[in-house]
Design a protein around this ligand. Structure first.
Ligand code: V47
Length: 364
């Protein structure tokens, strides 16, 4: 294989990977440009095995999308709706908490709470929801509110991001998911989500959370109008932030789903694209412990293959995910643990059920 990597013109990158040397922006672009998927994947797999061996993580989780009402209305999003339109919804705090209690008999360990940027829900709605969830299920880990929502909540709270995070933490917030990062490039944000928090703003919220002891994840929405350079710059900005704080747990590349969005003329990502994004992320993000292949977006089959291309996590049981499914995802709504275990074992890896902070719950 190493001869093939040399032949693919990537021998110098292989040498760096073997020495554990950091890859440059130019290296990242060359990896993306390389038509040799197996060469890129082989190197990413080396790093994956060095960091995580055969360990492959999944979680028993639940998604709670409390409202789709959103003032940002990003062009790539099919989930967000204007208030008062027929497809918009918002749960009361009691309705949101009922989503937790109705599954109280299942051994769920994490709830992933995300919604739109709502124009008029008060700050108390969010703290009451956190407190209500914790009261209903004290042991559950609440991974909630993207950095974009946190920035909005700080404004509602007439306070700094730091102080607001402290209040949210006291109300029950345990960690922050990776959404809302999109592509940090101002060019992309201007064209696709001009009203959204800037890339710099997103990174600042994430770093503030880390300094308060809240871990976060990071994402990148790929497969629309971004250039390969813009993808690499996004990864490098995350790598730099991680050097500063060390608070990111996982990176999740998100495959753009065009259906029902204002960018529906764009085709869905291909399998090669999906694997490339996992592999390049694994190679560039040398300081991220985990790379997640999110089966909801790339399908269980591609997520399984991704376990040999740099990924060491497949997310989890999920259930009731709306953001991707409203944009045309044809994956199931949920995956049962035996199925997650089966696909991981078939890929020759070791399935590990984890808690949100990668604590081991069960080994299979
Ligand atoms: O913030 C929106 C993206 C994100 C589309 O942290 C779209 O572990 C594809 O962030 N096609 C939400 N993507 C999902 C997310 C996430 C999912 C799973 C795990 C974690 C984690 C985070 O989805 C949004 C946005 O970036 N998104 N519209 C679309 N049409």
């Amino acid at each position: 294989m190493e001869i093939l990597i040399e032949k693919a013109g990537l021998g110098d990158i292989l040498a760096k990977v073997k020495k554990g040397e950091r890859l440059s922006k130019e290296d990242g672009v060359r990896l993306y440009e390389s038509p040799d998927l197996l060469a890129v994947g082989y190197m990413a797999n080396m790093v994956r095995e060095e960091k995580n061996g055969d360990d492959t993580f999944f979680i028993y989780n639940q998604h709670l999308n409390y409202s789709n009402i959103c003032t940002n209305l990003c062009k790539f999003c099919a989930f967000g709706k204007e208030k008062g339109t027929d497809k918009s919804y918002e749960m009361t705090v009691d309705e949101a908490v009922a989503k937790i209690t109705e599954r109280i008999d299942e051994p769920i360990t994490e709830v992933h709470v995300v919604g739109g940027i709502h124009p008029d829900l008060p700050f108390s709605y969010y703290t009451d929801m956190l407190k209500g969830i914790k009261k209903a299920r004290p042991a559950i880990h609440i991974q909630g509110f993207t950095c974009v929502e946190i920035d909005h909540l700080a404004k509602l709270n007439n306070s700094s991001v730091k102080e607001t995070l402290q209040v949210l933490k006291e109300a029950g917030l345990d960690s922050i998911p990776g959404g809302g990062a999109e592509v940090f490039s101002p060019r992309i944000r201007e064209k696709t989500c001009p009203d959204k928090l800037s890339g710099e703003g997103w990174l600042e919220v994430a770093k503030t959370a880390h300094r308060l002891g809240l871990n976060t994840n990071a994402t990148m929405l790929y497969g629309h109008i971004e250039t390969l350079e813009e993808r690499v710059e996004h990864l490098m900005a995350l790598r730099e932030a991680q050097d500063e704080t060390g608070g990111f747990l996982a990176f999740i590349p998100l495959a753009f789903h065009p259906k029902n969005t204002e960018m529906s003329d764009i085709s869905r990502t291909s399998g090669v694209e999906d694997l490339k994004n996992i592999a390049v992320a694994r190679l560039m993000l040398d300081n991220f412990p985990h790379i997640k292949a999110y089966w909801v977006m790339i399908g269980p089959k591609m997520a399984q293959v991704a376990l040999s291309f740099g990924a060491d996590d497949v997310d989890g049981t999920v259930k009731e995910e709306l953001i991707t499914h409203m944009a045309g995802a044809d994956t199931e709504q949920a995956m049962a643990i035996p199925e997650l275990v089966r696909i991981i074992k078939e890929a020759g890896r070791k399935p590990i059920q984890r808690g949100t902070l990668y604590d081991v719950i069960a080994e299979y």
